[in-house]
Design a protein around this ligand. Structure first.
Ligand code: NDP
Length: 295
């Protein structure tokens, strides 16, 4: 069993980006600039945005964090997005989800200029991804592909079972793994809450991507000996021994699944860090006017 080390791989990607940014600066070119929008005080969202902004600084990107009260009107938020769209210094825009209930997320995403949509959620970019055209790939599945690539994990002809069909993780993951590319060329089964024989399907899987949002959902009895396990879940569970009062666990019961797996991502220290690295790559590509690092 080998741990897929998100810390190590994301550090390598960040170091490469830092060099590329230094090169841009040396040539008198524009410094990549990411604008992040955070609405309200959701603890997890605050942590995610803070690490994205911090990572920008580490590699020499500029970043701007726009924080709004949870009661901001939809119109006001859309106006801010318009001004970021029009601001030539901003290369990438990300809106941290979820948004408060009174704001229509779809409308907000649709208003981001697709050429600055570094999260890859705009329908135009989703359409391009599905068609295999160069575009921004959503950061979490993109980060997972970069992880598989880094460890040179054989995916061709393998059966991948993706658990969860969200627009941000499960669905794009299933598309990328089924592409005629390397990594890729998997036979993919995309599963969700209405899937009847999930355990049987998982037992056939060479690769399992768990993106459910339920702590410890994938147990050892669901996993074939030697499977590759990618745990996307980030779940907070109460832990009085921690200062914060919680700890993070994945969607996979790590302790019992790890011994059966050939490769496995830990939580924390796995996919979460790769997501940030992939977002930074997308932002770099936006800044140099080239979309997508995988196409
Ligand atoms: P969503 O809640 O949007 O989607 C969860 C999916 O899991 C749904 O498709 C749902 O099915 C499916 N599901 C729920 N229960 C079951 C079940 N019993 N059996 C099979 N499928 C089930 O979550 P996200 O995709 O946004 O996130 C998933 C997890 O990944 C969360 O823990 C989240 O925090 C984490 N995450 C981590 C990131 C990272 O950087 N590491 C980035 C983004 C998310 P249905 O569609 O039928 O409801």
């Amino acid at each position: 069993m080998q741990i897929l080390d998100g810390k190590l791989v994301s550090a390598a990607i960040k170091a490469e980006l830092a060099e590329q940014v230094a090169q841009l600066k040396a040539e008198g070119k524009k410094t990549p600039h990411l604008a992040a929008i955070l609405v309200g005080n959701n603890g997890a969202s605050e942590t995610y945005v803070a690490s994205k902004v911090k990572s920008c600084a580490e590699i020499g990107f500029n970043s701007t964090l726009l924080r709004f009260d949870e009661h901001i009107s939809e119109k006001h938020l859309l106006d801010h997005i318009t001004s970021l769209n029009e601001n030539a210094d901003i290369d990438g825009i990300l809106v941290q989800l979820p948004l408060p209930k009174h704001i229509n997320e779809e409308l907000v995403i649709n208003n981001i200029d697709p050429s600055k949509d570094v999260d890859g959620f705009h329908p135009m970019n989703v359409g391009k991804m599905v068609s295999g055209l160069p575009t921004f790939i959503p950061a979490t599945p993109y980060g997972i592909m970069l992880m598989l690539e880094h460890y040179n994990i054989e995916t061709k002809g393998k059966h991948a079972v993706v658990i969860g069909r969200s627009h941000i993780v499960g669905t794009p993951m299933s598309i990328l793994l089924s592409r005629n590319s390397n990594p890729g060329n998997c036979t993919v089964t995309l599963t969700h809450s209405q899937t009847k024989n999930l355990k049987e399907l998982c037992l056939q899987a060479d690769i399992i991507v768990a993106a459910i949002g339920k702590p410890g959902f994938v147990t050892a009895d669901m996993v074939k000996e030697g499977a590759v396990i990618i745990d996307v879940g980030i779940n907070r569970i109460a832990d009085e021994t921690k200062k914060s009062g919680f700890r993070l666990v994945g969607d996979v019961k790590f302790d019992e699944v790890a011994p059966k797996s050939s490769y496995i991502t830990p939580v924390p220290g796995g996919v979460g860090l790769m997501t940030i690295a992939a977002l930074l790559k997308n932002t770099y590509h936006a800044a140099i006017g080239q979309k997508g690092g995988m196409n």
